[in-house]
Design a protein around this ligand. Structure first.
Ligand SMILES: NC(=O)c1ccc[n+]([C@@H]2O[C@H](COP(=O)([O-])OP(=O)(O)OC[C@H]3O[C@@H](n4cnc5c(N)ncnc54)[C@H](OP(=O)(O)O)[C@@H]3O)[C@@H](O)[C@H]2O)c1
Length: 168
């Protein structure tokens, strides 16, 4: 099983200047809750945008075309193409955590999408397309109002692929 997990704004923006466009502690907790104990797979730029930090309680996997990348990190698994990612997903459930380049490459194979929509517009330079409702169905959503620690209202959504349409 391959799951995508990401947060976007109202325009599909997910990144700005190699970082997240917003700070939303609730969503970071949601991300942690959903991914804890699992394998998380990310593009090289996303790994570097997180300060090359291995997130506790999760196995980190980085995808890069650079053959000697990651030699300095003892606990990091490095993969080099989509086929490697699909092979890993045959062995265990994986969460792809971004960014846009990796999501777009794996999109034809994703089974489940956990998306946060932040109900605001932000400056952004990395975008994802809208989820195709012919291919995916939303099975659950949860609206969260802004509060004193979380400046933006947002909605968590859980989508699954419709089995009958697999040809992305
Ligand atoms: N809002 C969210 O939920 C969220 C989540 C994650 C990231 N982001 C944001 O997204 C931005 C980064 O996204 P991005 O699209 O620029 O980069 P990215 O997907 O994180 O990383 C791109 C790099 O990953 C490697 N890569 C990607 N696809 C590959 C493939 N099919 N085969 C082999 N290598 C592959 C390549 O590394 P090499 O160049 O080393 O070969 C490529 O340059 C940042 O702003 C980050 O903050 C947002």
């Amino acid at each position: 099983m391959i799951t995508f997990i990401y947060a976007q704004d109202m325009n599909g923006g997910i990144g700005y200047q190699n970082n997240l466009p917003w700070y939303l502690p609730n969503d970071l907790k949601h991300f942690k809750r959903e991914t804890m104990g699992h394998t998380i797979v990310m593009g090289r730029k996303t790994f570097e945008s997180m300060g090359q930090r291995l997130l506790p309680g999760r196995r980190s996997v980085v995808v890069t075309r650079q053959l000697n990348y990651g030699e300095a990190f003892e606990d990091l698994t490095v993969l080099h193409d989509v086929q490697d990612v699909l092979q890993l997903a045959q062995q265990e459930d994986i969460f792809i955590i971004g960014g846009a380049e990796l999501f777009k490459a794996v999109w034809p194979y994703v089974d489940r999408i956990i998306r946060t929509v932040i109900l605001e517009d932000f400056p952004a330079d990395i975008y994802l397309p809208e989820i195709d409702e012919v291919k995916f169905t939303i099975i659950e959503k949860k609206y969260i109002d802004k509060d004193k620690d979380n400046a933006y209202s947002h909605e968590y959504q859980w989508w699954i692929r419709n089995e009958e349409v697999r040809d992305d």
